[in-house]
Design a protein. Structure first.
Length: 495
């Protein structure tokens, strides 16, 4: 029998690698040859072995132990692109009713992105009421969420550092206001790996109607190895493109092919250490092969009851798209996916004009599905292990933004970096809690302020990670999600 070096030499002489694989899987001899090569030629070569160039760190999705016992095993991030208006949804301001129409622009001109359209103080067009045993305030724009308030911790005192969409999006997703940084989901999968061998660790369910204003960068891996970037799934049609086999063949032959390819890939990789792009490409191909079996089942909503589909609003034109993605998110975390992110098209919460109608449209599309997700997680025993996040990149101003016409109808609100509201629910969260407050008109977070770095640190803490210990060495620096900012875990909202 040939030794491994002789076998490898013969293969290179007889045919190129591409030509070899065109033939090796076409019959039972392929399986036999694959078995022989796996055992004799490549059987003992490890992907991350030490070479003459020295050993290297392993970058993979194998599950890793957290720093301490986590409350959450998975995260569902419901990101609301555009900046939901806090004083029209969660943070009522009677002072705006009393001072409606009073001039205030000159006092906050430096905080207005579009000063040419700045108007007077504007009351909310929505009606607020207290709900649940907690008595949490929610406007009538969100009737379904209002029934879930006893399950969430509302943070009214969030603030950020930039009032323009792109930098604010980069900040909320990566901790920095510049592109090219690793996203929150990438940091989580880098720190913890995956519980599923057959599905991606980090899945993105973006909107079929369009990407966020900064494209795909909200789920990029940045300077982390590409294996940690988000994987996009489609909510309708074929969820993952190019996943089906090109032709039918016995499973045994397919498995033998994949086993041989895997051994050869690891041989190739062992001679080229430290090439993250190569590692990611190999890992992606291997995962794609495993996903052929698992992904179709995970994304098959026909397995759900009609009652469940109706609860999520699936089948209703307004709620169908977001409802499908919320239900898919639940099915994915059920199957071991670590981090799932949902986006809405473009930035529907960016209500610069026609505040009442445009904000209501955004709520109508998302309110029922979000409430159904919370209830479904509870019903299936997942609520205590899954962390649900809701929020945007910033809030809105208390003054009107004027766009002409009948101002009582056309007025909206401009961006506000100094105050916005987000909420958390599920694993490790003190339900029915309201944390922090804003000033009397909702302009500034003033009590128990929570920065984006604090928010990131709290999420990592719930996943069992010390935010200061999760780092990646780059150019002599220990890069972190929270950067060099002073961060704290918001323990007041933790159970």
């Amino acid at each position: 029998m040939f030794d491994s070096r002789q076998c490898q030499s013969i293969l290179h002489q007889l045919m190129g690698r591409r030509r070899f694989f065109e033939n090796v899987g076409s019959g039972i001899y392929g399986a036999a040859l694959a078995s022989m090569l796996c055992r004799d030629a490549y059987g003992e070569i490890e992907a991350d072995s030490t070479t003459s160039q020295g050993s290297r760190q392993t970058f993979d999705l194998a599950p890793r132990r957290p720093n301490f016992e986590p409350k959450a095993k998975a995260v569902i991030h419901l990101f609301m692109n555009g900046g939901p208006s806090q004083m029209d949804l969660f943070d009522p301001k009677p002072e705006l009713d009393r001072r409606h129409g009073q001039s205030y622009f000159e006092k906050i001109a430096g905080e207005v992105e579009s000063p040419g359209s700045g108007g007077a103080l504007m009351r909310t067009p929505f009606k607020f009421a207290q709900h649940g045993q907690s008595g949490m305030w929610v406007s009538n724009a969100m009737p379904h969420f209002a029934k879930c308030v006893d399950d969430v911790a509302m943070i009214r005192s969030m603030h950020t550092v930039n009032l323009t969409h792109e930098p604010a999006l980069y900040h909320i997703h990566s901790g920095r206001t510049i592109p090219g940084q690793p996203s929150l989901g990438s940091w989580v999968t880098y720190g913890l790996g995956s519980e599923s061998a057959n599905l991606p660790a980090y899945v993105v369910l973006d909107d079929p109607l369009g990407l966020p204003v900064n494209g795909t960068q909200s789920w990029a891996s940045g300077y982390l190895p590409p294996i940690y970037q988000g994987t996009r799934f489609k909510a309708t049609g074929t969820p993952v493109l190019n996943l089906d086999r090109e032709f039918d063949e016995p499973d045994e032959v397919t498995n033998a092919e994949r086993s041989l390819i895997g051994r050869l890939d690891r041989l190739h990789r062992s001679r080229r250490p430290g090439q993250a792009q190569l590692d990611a490409r190999i890992a992606s191909y291997e995962l794609a092969a495993r996903m052929q079996l698992m992904a179709p089942e995970a994304l098959d909503l026909s397995q759900e009851t009609q009652q469940t589909l109706e609860a999520y609003g699936i089948g209703d034109k307004i709620t169908d798209s977001y409802g499908r993605r919320c239900l898919i998110a639940r099915r994915l975390v059920e199957r071991g996916v670590r981090f799932v992110q949902l986006y809405i098209d473009s930035q529907i919460w960016d209500t610069h004009d026609h505040l009442q109608t445009e904000l209501q449209k955004a709520c109508d599309r998302t309110d029922k599905p979000v409430a159904a997700l919370l209830n479904d997680l509870k019903a299936r025993g997942l609520f205590d292990s899954v962390l649900v996040l809701w929020g945007g990149e910033f809030g809105r101003l208390p003054i009107a933004q004027l766009r002409g016409g009948d101002e009582s109808v056309t007025s909206g609100r401009d961006h506000n970096k100094n105050a916005f509201t987000s909420w958390m629910a599920g694993a490790g969260i003190k339900a029915g809690t309201v944390h922090g407050s804003t000033d009397e008109i909702g302009l500034m977070a003033v009590e128990d302020r929570v920065s984006v770095s604090d928010w990131h640190a709290t999420i990592l803490h719930l996943l069992g990670l010390h935010y200061s210990d999760l780092y990646y060495e780059r150019n002599g620096l220990k890069e972190k999600l929270t950067g060099v900012d002073q961060a704290r875990v918001v323990k007041e909202i933790l159970a």
